[in-house]
Structure formats: C-alpha cells, structure tokens
Design a protein around this ligand. Structure first.
Ligand SMILES: *Cc1c(COP(=O)(O)O)cnc(C)c1O
Length: 456
C-alpha cells in the first residue's frame, strides 16, 4: 500500500479512500439532527503511530471515533458561538486544497491560487467601500488579521520602537487585542479602553479627551479600533464618526469586522455597517457567518502597499514575480500557508449574490423572531442590529444570574440546545447566535419556551 497517490495512473486506493471517507462524512451530517450539539461521552482512537502503518479500513474506523466525538454545527440547536455549519462547496474546497497542497508563500508554489486570493481580496475591498489602491491578504483567523493590522498601523505611524505607544478600542473589543499587546511587546496600558454607551457601542464623546490625556502624558496613539459586531451582543461602533475623528487626528482606523463586516457585502444589509469604507484596514471573517469552512479570515487594507512595506523581507529563495507585486508570503505574518481562499471562492460561487443575501437576512430575522418571543417581564435582552443576542433575568443579583445561567445552560443542553454563557458587565448571560440556517421557527419557539420557563 503506497501512502502517496500515483502520479501516473488513477490511484484506486486513493479513490476508494476518498469515496468511503466522503460517504462517512455524509452519514455524519445525516445523523447530526438526531444527535445533540455536543456528545456526552466519546472515545478517542489510538493517538500515536504504531510500528507499522494501519490499513485504510482501520483509518476510517478510527476517524469515525473522532467524528462521533465532534461538535455538530449543523444540529439545529447549535447556537452557542459564531460557528455555523459549512457550505457543501466549501467542504469540497478544503478537500481539494489539501490535495493540491499548494503554498501561498510564493507565486511559483501556487500560481492560480495566489492570483485567486489577490482578486478575491480586491473584490471584498470594493464591496466594503475601500478605494482603488486597496488590497488584502488571507489569514488563519481574525486574531491574526487584527494582530497584523495593529503591527501595520504601528509601523506606518513610525512607532514600532516606542514601548509607550497606545491604541484605542472600546471596552467591548475582542480579546485578540489583548493578545496582540503581548505579541507586540506592549504593556497592558497600551490598550486604552474607551467606555461603551448603553447599546454597547464605543462612546465617541470620550475619544477627544482620552487622546488629549495620553498626549499630555507624552504618549502617541497609532490606531483606533472600531468594532463592527461585538462578540457578546453584536453592537456596531459608530464607524463614520470614528472615521472622521481619525482623519482629523491623522490616526489609523482599524475596523474589527470579524462578525459584522460580512453584512457589508449585500446592498440590503450594508447600511448596518455604514462607514466601513472609511477604514484604513478591516478584519472580516467569512468563517463566522457565511459557512466558509474554518479558517477563513481576510485583512483588507485601503492602501495595499502598507502590507508589503510592513511585512516584506525579500524572499531570496523564490523566483521574483513579474510586475511590482509581492509574493503573498510577504504581505503578512504567516509564511507557508494553505490556499484558504479556495474554499472561500467556491463557497461564494455556490451561494451567488442571492444566496449570500439570504444568509445575511435570515440570520437577522431569526434573531428578531427569538427576541420577540422571549418574556420581557422576566428577562433583559441585549442585542444590536446583527444576529446575536444575550439574555439575563431582570431583578436578579449577579450571583443569582450566575446560578441561573449554569442551570439553564444545562437544561437547554438536555433539550439539545447549546447556548454560550458569557460574562458581560457584572453578570452572566446566555448568548444565542442565529447563524445556523438549520434552525427554524419551531426550534426557536421551543428554545424560547424553555428559557421563559427557566424562572417562575
Ligand atoms: C471571533 C472574533 C475575532 C477573532 O477571530 P478568530 O478567527 O477567532 O481568531 C476578532 N474579533 C471579533 C469581534 C470576533 O468576534
């Protein structure tokens, strides 16, 4: 048994392994609805390689154990996080991507796929309102896109060697910015958190005084981060107002649109993220709502030269590319990386404009519907214009809310609904993300009923 496919004739062994594995995967999907979002118990296969390699049949049965122990994003009750089921074309994209095993590091290792990524990034830029100089690069997740954006902003501001340089973001900004601090060699104080208003949006009235304050301490600001879709409630910071402020003060605006940026793709929903096009850089995560198989994130930049001027080092072991473009490995932190844009491209082609719009609109409709059937005499709901909402009982102490959240999450899991339990402000909430197209109104009715009866 040769573990590598023959380059000379149809490799029957690969063919049958793929066919069987695909068939098992289809079965896994087919049974997901009758299972639960997460399994109670599971067995792991043998983890380490044995002395001799095992047969394909053994591989498949071991694989099955892992599949049985997996989270099931397509279960209609899987509503805890920003992890929807994958588009079927996107699954194929991932498979083919692995088979091609091209490398986005250098053009010569991925001729068509480097081009595809360049064009796809440009398409996203135009859709979101960035101008003609724009461009972008794919990254393995939004945390990495955000990190690259900050590194770039700091570099462009000429503050890469200034340990006291700061950036602003709202107090509801994503944890990836705290992580970025550690990687960038910055202290905690370099992330200046701006208070949010009662809707969870960055309160713009603080920006001017907060900037003056750090300037009076002799510090410089290299970026303001606006969040388009906060992680707990999907709030959208006032993008246009922040952009105006950034322009006036000549400060880089990064929009973390890991959740909300995708709504900029459709004319019907783009109003929600109005102002996005004024950003210097945008993080967008098609893995979070469109169903592109993980990971799929893009960092889009208004002036694509900023990517190369920040990250390029020269790539002496690869052939130079014609024109004055850069190898994709010179546009970001990652070197070798897989052609993640393949599954993004094929997913978007499968959906078409109409399919994209349908996903975006229906996600919001599900959130509105659930919101409309939660008993507001018992619960407070926090949400924004997107597809997320979080619920906590009214008139509870923080400790009572905590007990309620633990108990109710358990009850919901027993009924095959998985919600998450974020801490927000001083208390716990149960959070539901309406990105699962398999969740229908009857499921939401059952869910609301369970929640409404969780307190008497
Ligand atoms: C998920 C998320 C990120 C990080 O994305 P990963 O792909 O998980 O690294 C950043 N910002 C926001 C607002 C997010 O919700």
């Amino acid at each position: 048994m040769d573990p590598f496919a023959s380059p000379h004739n149809l490799d029957r062994e690969l063919h049958s392994l793929l066919a069987q594995a695909s068939s098992n995967l289809c079965d896994w999907f087919a049974e997901s609805g009758s299972q639960a979002p997460i399994p109670d118990l599971f067995d792991l296969p043998e983890v380490f390689p044995a002395k001799e390699g095992v047969s394909n049949n053994v591989l498949l049965s071991e694989l099955q154990l892992l599949m049985n122990g997996s989270y099931r994003p397509s279960h209609p009750g899987s509503l805890a996080h920003l992890d929807p089921p994958p588009l079927s074309a996107s699954i194929v994209g991932e498979l083919i991507c692995a088979g091609l095993n091209n490398n986005l590091l250098a053009e010569e290792l991925s001729p068509s796929l480097s081009s595809l990524e360049r064009k796809l990034c440009k398409w996203f830029c135009h859709r979101l309102g960035l101008g003609d100089l724009s461009g972008g690069v794919a990254a393995s997740g939004g945390s990495l896109s955000n990190l690259m954006a900050l590194v770039m902003a700091r570099n462009i501001a000429g503050l890469e060697n200034d340990p006291s340089a700061v950036f602003f973001a709202s107090e509801d900004c994503h944890v990836s910015f705290s992580k970025a601090l550690k990687i960038m060699g910055l202290k905690k104080e370099s992330l200046q958190k701006v208070p949010t208003d009662e809707n969870g949006k960055l309160d713009i009235s603080y920006l001017s005084s907060n900037l003056k304050k750090i300037q009076s301490e002799g510090k410089k600001c290299f970026a303001i981060v606006a969040t388009a879709g906060t992680t707990v409630r999907g709030a959208i910071d006032p993008l246009s107002g922040i952009a105006q402020f950034c322009q006036k003060e000549n400060i880089w605006l990064h929009v973390d649109g890991a959740i909300g940026g995708i709504y900029g793709l459709s004319k019907i929903t783009s109003e929600i993220v109005n102002g996005l096009g004024s950003a210097d850089s945008i993080t967008i995560n098609p893995q979070k709502l469109l169903g592109i198989a993980k990971t799929s994130s893009l960092l889009l930049v208004a002036d694509k030269d900023h990517l190369s001027s920040t990250f390029s080092t020269g790539l002496p072991y690869a052939e130079p590319i014609t024109g004055n473009d850069f190898h994709r490995g010179e546009l970001g932190i990652q070197g070798t990386r897989s052609a993640e844009s393949l599954k993004l491209w094929i997913g978007l082609r499968q959906l078409g404009e109409e399919g994209i719009e349908k996903i975006l609109l229906e996600s919001i409709q599900r959130r509105c519907y659930l919101e409309s059937i939660i008993d507001l005499s018992k619960f407070k709901i926090i949400s924004g214009p997107l597809h997320l909402l979080a619920i906590t009982p009214i008139n509870f102490t923080a400790s009572q809310a905590s007990d309620w959240s633990v108990k109710t999450r358990k009850t919901l899991l027993a009924n095959k609904f998985m919600l998450s339990r974020p801490m927000y402000g001083d208390r716990y909430y149960l959070k539901a993300v309406m990105g699962n197209p398999n969740t229908k109104s009857n499921h939401l009715k059952t869910l609301a009923n369970l929640i409404n009866h969780s307190i008497i």
